[in-house]
Ligand binder design. Structure first.
Ligand code: NCD
Length: 316
């Protein structure tokens, strides 16, 4: 694996091998007082974030640190980006400064691919350049989120294959939904998207999933439900009448939680807007795996860095 830009780069064997590596790293750290493995000593990992983030950036940074890499955070605010420097020049600067891996989040769909193309041509020694990880590009993809969600589903349900997973809410603007639909299908799950017609993207009919507008009808048949935040920052204009009406139609409240099968698990990538897509009592219930997702995110991102930087055998 040279970069991780899209879940479409992953076949089932590669994705499963990343999940297995994450599991092994989790076991290796379990019960240790000091969370430190020497694996990436001497490697430099840079997070380059042009959008706000709590979970993703922190977990990549912790993942790097727990593997003894030197991790450096660069954000648009506080770097020369705010002086007008282009993404291309910023990327070349980071490569020249010695980055082995650049983890990028950017509001433009396709930014991670552009970065990988530029760095491949110009960066690093021998033209190989740093590895690039897509940590969310516009409304396009968020591969490590989909992988950590799959890890959490495996933990809670024992397997992903053959399970029916509902993804509910603002599908149009969600890179989490896009990456999850593809990865879950690759891993053999059956995906149901549940959303009002206004929050379903053009072309969704070609995705490997089925679509419904009726959350109550879908809940009893699901093994897991993934609730999405309404991405107000990516919306121009009204996509639904009011927050209250959205919550009535598509919010996961206690009444709806009771409609899920006993074993079903509730996921949310965060940040949650409590009272909108998820009621506080649901977010805090033992059925919800929100903080497990965050914990798994660290091990999964350790696995990604390991595969990219420590020369793990090529599976694909
Ligand atoms: C998501 C994102 O930024 O795409 N958050 C995350 O990475 N955990 C989803 C969101 O912002 O709603």
């Amino acid at each position: 694996m040279r970069h991780l830009l899209s879940v479409s780069d992953l076949d089932a064997a590669t994705a499963t091998s990343l999940l297995d590596t994450a599991d092994r790293l989790k076991q290796a750290l379990l019960g240790r007082e000091v969370h430190k493995l020497p694996t990436l000593r001497g490697r430099t990992v840079i997070t380059l974030f042009y959008e706000d983030s709590t979970r993703t950036r922190v977990s990549f940074e912790i993942a790097g640190k727990w593997m003894s890499a030197d991790t450096i955070n660069v954000s648009a605010k506080g770097s020369s980006v705010s002086k007008g420097e282009s993404l291309k020049d910023t990327a070349a600067t980071l490569a020249a400064a010695g980055a082995d891996c650049v983890i990028i989040r950017h509001p433009a769909s396709g930014a991670a691919h552009r970065l990988a193309a530029w760095l491949g041509r110009e960066g690093g020694s021998g033209g190989s350049g740093p590895a690039v990880v897509n940590a969310g590009d516009g409304t396009h993809e968020h591969p490590t989120q989909a992988l950590l969600d799959a890890a959490t589903l495996r933990d809670r349900l024992g397997s992903v294959a053959g399970r029916r997973i509902g993804i509910v809410g603002d599908i149009t603007h969600s890179r989490v939904a896009r990456s999850n639909v593809m990865l879950l299908a690759t891993l053999g799950a059956e995906v149901r998207l549940v959303a009002p017609p206004t929050l379903l993207p053009v072309g969704v009919g070609d995705w490997p999933c089925r679509v419904s507008h009726d959350l109550d009808a879908e809940l009893p048949g699901l093994d897991a439900v993934m609730m999405l935040r309404v991405q107000a920052e990516r919306m121009r204009g009204g996509f639904f009448p009011s927050a209250r009406e959205y919550a009535i139609g598509y919010g996961l409240n206690e009444r709806r939680l009771a409609m899920l099968p006993e074993h079903a698990v509730v996921l949310h990538p965060g940040p949650m807007v409590r009272g909108m897509e998820i009621a506080p009592a649901v977010a805090d219930s033992p059925r919800a795996a929100v903080l497990e997702q965050v914990r798994n995110g660290v091990h999964l991102r350790m696995a990604v860095l390991y595969h990219l930087l420590a020369g793990a055998p090529e599976v694909r």
